[in-house]
Design a protein. Sequence first.
Length: 252
Amino acid sequence: MEVVITENPGIVAADAIAAHVRRGTVLGLATGSSPLPVYAELLRRRDAGAVVFDGVRAFTLDEYVGLPRSHPQSYYSVIRREFTDPAGIPVDGPDGEAADIQAEATRYEAAIRDAGGVDVQLLGIGTDGHIGFNEPGSSLASRTRVKTLTPQTRADNARFFDSADDVPVHVLTQGLGTILEAEHLVLVATGSGKAAAVAAAVEGPVGAMCPASVLQLHPYVTFVVDEAAAADLRLADYYRFVADHKPQDQGW
Ligand code: GLP
């Protein structure tokens, strides 16, 4: 695991993702506020000719069940608006309106597999340590399936809807086992509200109470956090020391 503490998480995460981008690359994309600066930076680099998305495709992590894809807060709409449409990247996501939701979960797993798997997966983290929508108690080996949101996550996401009651209760999300199959995982977290979740994910025991802690089992993970999100990390000074002494040719 690598932990990068930086005042520019969007730029560092964009560096990590851009390093994978070539014709045929499969991107794993996340919604929420944390990845937005990453998408803005990647689009800026595309406009400057520093990165080319030709032949790149993408998959999202999760979706609300029962929300039409055309709804402005469906994750499919959000990711298209914020990144894939301006980038010209075709994107697939779990269809939360599918008549047979189990069949849709199976279809989605197969689609990722048929694409050759995800090369680099961008992740945020919920205040309760969820990734995708894998809430505490999720199987660490889980595959794409329906989950029920915690009251805390519904409250956190209420800002995107007219009222808290409008936040869907159920979601369709890649499982933790699905996410772990990506080659490189890049998790971005900013702000003091994420400090406890980041510390539990990076330094806590691996367990279902903090689903993001399963990333400790993955061989290639980069946590990109700002100072506020790093506040509870016991080894923060060590992570800074590692960064300061990183061989030049390794890249982020
Ligand atoms: C949602 C998404 C997660 C995301 C989380 C945090 O619950 N399903 O993928 O990581 O929100 O979002 P934010 O970055 O807005 O705090």
